[in-house]
Design a protein around this ligand. Sequence first.
Ligand code: FES
Length: 202
Amino acid sequence: MMDTASNERLTRVGPGTPGGELLRRYWQPLCPAGEITPENPKKRMRILGEDLLVFRDGQGQLACVEEHCKHRGVSLYYGFIEECGLRCCYHGWLYGSDGRCLEQPFEPAKSTLKDEIRLKSYPVRELGGLLFTYMGPFPDKAPLPPRWDVLVREDGARRINVYPVHHCNWLQIQENTADSTHTFYLHGVMDRKLGFKHPFAA
Ligand code: FES
């Protein structure tokens, strides 16, 4: 049985945790590139314990920023895409794709407040039909996006399966993978009883 401290150390992935800092040295997959289109230019997601918003601005530039407005915390998911960024729906603060605050419509003209405001933002790259982000120190010490064969080979068809988000800790998914005997009942007996067809089945 693992003690509480070891359990915390192994399962936490937020900023400043040992696991989180390690994982922030790797490019993290976000979603298929085809999910961020002119018709649906925004997607919010939780990656390594951070609430993020991925969007494409009016010039087609991809961006990944923290989800909530620095003013009063409204989700920028409800904001409006503009040529050079995303405008918050609440009081109209405009953010660039690099997270800088570009406009604050109701602040005095001489205010320098916007120069102090910046959303956390991460680079986005497209590879093999997927979007990746890098949440560690960038560009210093950032590796190149992973050119794995499944992402760059061009001599075949590539299929991307998107599964529902699992609302649990990553460790529980890995425990399930290592639990090989569940496959007989859950994916065998139960699937047959319920008439469920596995997506990889022929
Ligand atoms: S909460 Fe976003 S501009 Fe006020």
